[in-house]
Design a protein around this ligand. Structure first.
Ligand code: SF4
Length: 419
C-alpha cells in the first residue's frame, strides 16, 4: 500500500475511488447512514446511476483516475440497483479507471439475487461485501433487517460459489444477543467460506428508531464491557479459523485483506462521488479535481491535505450531475495535522506505525511525540515490535485513547469551508 501511495502521488491522481449509492429497500432500525428507502426499479435510481457515470467521465477527463487501484461502490444498498444497472456502473468504473485491480460492491442478502451476482462477475467486480450483521433471526428482526439467517447464509454461499472475493459484516452488542448466540453467529459465519469478516459493535444513535426505543432504558447488552468482550470473542473464534485481524474491526484469511480500506488508513488519496461521499486529497489531486469542480477554492500555502464530503442531496445530483454544481463541505489540514492523522489512522492497523512514519513524527513533533509514545507504552496501549509501534490487545479495546493522544500532537483547529 505504501507502493500504491507513491504511484498515486507520482500519477498526480488518487489511489482509490468511492461511489455512494444512497438507496435502501427499507431503513434499518439503527441506521443513521446517508440512505433513503425507495422501491427497487424506481426510475430515479437509473437517473442517479447515469449521473454518477457522467461524473466518472469528468474524473477521468481531469486525470484524477489514471493511477486509481481500488474502487468501492458502497451505500446504502448498491445491490438494490439490480443486475443490469449495477453491472453498467461497474463497467463504467472499469472504463474510466482502467488500472483498478480491486473493485468491491456492497450488497444486502435480500436484494442479492443470482442474476446480480452473475452480472457483477461478468462486469469484472472482484469483491462483494454483504451486510449479514447476525445469523440469529431474533437479532436480525430487532435490527429491522429485511433478511433472515437462512437468506444470509444462502446468499453468502452463492457469492462464494460465483467466484467473487466475499466479505461479510457482523454486528455485536445488539438486542437479544447473548454470549452463546454471538459465538454461534461467529461459528456459522466462519463456515461460509468467505475470505473477509468485518465486526462492529452497534452504536445506538439517538435519532433512529432503535436509539429512541432504548433512550430511557438500561441496555446492558450494549455497554462498553459487553462490546469489548464480544470483540475479543470475535478475535478468538475467527482467529482459530485462520482469519487474521489486520485492523481494529477487520479479519481476513491470507491474501484477502481489503486493499481499498487499507488505502483509507494509510494516507492514500481517494476521491468520493455521490450523495454524502467523502474524499481525501493531497494538493496535486485537489488541483486536478478543481479543473472540473470549478467551485472549489484555491489552496493556501499551508494546506497539505484536503478532506471533503459531498453535501448535495441525491435529488439535486439527478437534476444537475456536473461536478461543478456539487455542494461540498471541505476541511483543510496543514502538514502537522496530516501527519498526526496518519499516525492515528496507522494505529487502527495491526501493523501499526513503521519506521518511516515514526521518524517523520519524531522530526516534526520532537519531544511531544516522545512523551505521547511513552505515555501510551506505560498505559499498555501500544508496544514496540521490531522497529514498529503497534497497538496491544488493550489498545484495540481502548483505541480512542491512542487516537486522541496522537491527534493532539498537531494544532487542534483545522480550517473549514462550504461551497
Ligand atoms: S441496509 Fe445499511 S444503509 Fe441501508 S438502512 Fe440498513 S444499515 Fe442503513
Amino acid at each position: 500500500m505504501v507502493g500504491d501511495r507513491r504511484e498515486a502521488v507520482a500519477s498526480r491522481g488518487v489511489g482509490a475511488l468511492y461511489v455512494h449509492v444512497p438507496f435502501c429497500a427499507k431503513k434499518c432500525a439503527y441506521c443513521d447512514f446517508a440512505s433513503c428507502a425507495i422501491h427497487r426499479g424506481d426510475q430515479r435510481i437509473d437517473e442517479y446511476a447515469s449521473a454518477i457515470m457522467r461524473q466518472l467521465g469528468e474524473l477521468e477527463s481531469c486525470g484524477l483516475l489514471q493511477g486509481c487501484k481500488t474502487a468501492y461502490v458502497g451505500g446504502g444498498t448498491p445491490s438494490l440497483m439490480g443486475a443490469d444497472l449495477l453491472g453498467s456502473l461497474v463497467r463504467s468504473i472499469r472504463h474510466h479507471a482502467p488500472l483498478v485491480r480491486e473493485l468491491t460492491c456492497e450488497a444486502n442478502p435480500d436484494s442479492l439475487d443470482d442474476v446480480t451476482l452473475e452480472s457483477l462477475r461478468e462486469s469484472c467486480a472482484t469483491r462483494i461485501s454483504i451486510g449479514v450483521q447476525s445469523l440469529s433471526d431474533d437479532e436480525l428482526a430487532s435490527l429491522g433487517r429485511l433478511h433472515d439467517s437462512r437468506c444470509a447464509i444462502n446468499r453468502a454461499r452463492a457469492a462464494v460459489a460465483c467466484g467473487l472475493d466475499v466479505s461479510i459484516d457482523l454486528m455485536c452488542a445488539i438486542p437479544y444477543q447473548t454470549s452463546q448466540s454471538w459465538q454461534a453467529t461467529l461459528e456459522r459465519a466462519r463456515g461460509l467460506g468467505v475470505g473477509h469478516v468485518s465486526v462492529y459493535p452497534l452504536e445506538l444513535v439517538p435519532n433512529t428508531p432503535l436509539g429512541r426505543r432504548y433512550a430511557t432504558c438500561h441496555t446492558p447488552w450494549n455497554n462498553e464491557d459487553v462490546q469489548a468482550r464480544r470483540m475479543e470473542v470475535a478475535a478468538h473464534v475467527l482467529g482459530v479459523a485462520g482469519y487474521e485481524r489486520y485492523e481494529v474491526a477487520s479479519y481476513a484469511i491470507s491474501g484477502k485483506q481489503c486493499a481499498h480500506n487499507k488505502a483509507y488508513w494509510t494516507g492514500v488519496p481517494y476521491v468520493g462521488i455521490g450523495h454524502a461521499a467523502a474524499g481525501m486529497l493531497n494538493r496535486r489531486s485537489y488541483e486536478l479535481l478543481r479543473q472540473v469542480a470549478t467551485q472549489l477554492p484555491a489552496l493556501s500555502n499551508e494546506t497539505a491535505r484536503i478532506r471533503y464530503r459531498i453535501t448535495s442531496p441525491w435529488e439535486a445530483i439527478l437534476h444537475e450531475p456536473a461536478l461543478a454544481a456539487a455542494s461540498m463541505w471541505l476541511e483543510f489540514l496543514d502538514e502537522q495535522q496530516a501527519l498526526a492523522e496518519d499516525l492515528m489512522l496507522g494505529m487502527r492497523l495491526c501493523e501499526g506505525l513503521g519506521a518511516d512514519l515514526i521518524d517523520r513524527a519524531q522530526e516534526t513533533f520532537g519531544n511531544g511525540f516522545s512523551r505521547a509514545v511513552d505515555g501510551l507504552l506505560q498505559a499498555g496501549l501500544v508496544e514496540r515490535s521490531a522497529n514498529r509501534l503497534v497497538p496491544t490487545r488493550r489498545g484495540w479495546l481502548l483505541g480512542n485513547e491512542i487516537y486522541m493522544a496522537l491527534w493532539s500532537l498537531a494544532p487542534a483547529s483545522t480550517r473549514e469551508a462550504e461551497v
